[in-house]
Design a protein around this ligand. Sequence first.
Ligand code: MYR
Length: 131
Amino acid sequence: TFNGSWKIDRNENYEKFMEQMGINMVKRKLAAHDNLKITIEQTGDKFHVKESSNFRTLEIDFTLGVTFEYSLADGTELTGSWTIEGDMMKGVFIRKDNGKQLTTTRIIQGDELVQSYNYDGVDAKRIFKRG
Ligand code: MYR
């Protein structure tokens, strides 16, 4: 289960990923140490996610397979949806400003939540521990 509170522990290739996303260096440096915490509450196919970081606090509701809107901390708007395949959450999102696809997955590996990202040929991971 994905349910519970997750605190960022470490990133892999996240700066390159953000660079590909077009995020400037100052923001990348800040975002690499954003103290991201997510709390996931899944009830059937409905999710309630609380996100908090150095940048903002917000709550997101979505239903698996149903398109919703999500804005990144820099204001970039995405639209897309999550599905679950086996043990993995799979998200497919489209940037509204340029139509490019951002895909992401979440999987529990041991006692960690691993979120992977792909945008325009660049992969990254953010790895969370319960807390
Ligand atoms: C959630 O389940 O946490 C809410 C929806 C998340 C949607 C997509 C996440 C993509 C985040 C990409 C971050 C990239 C920063 C450059």
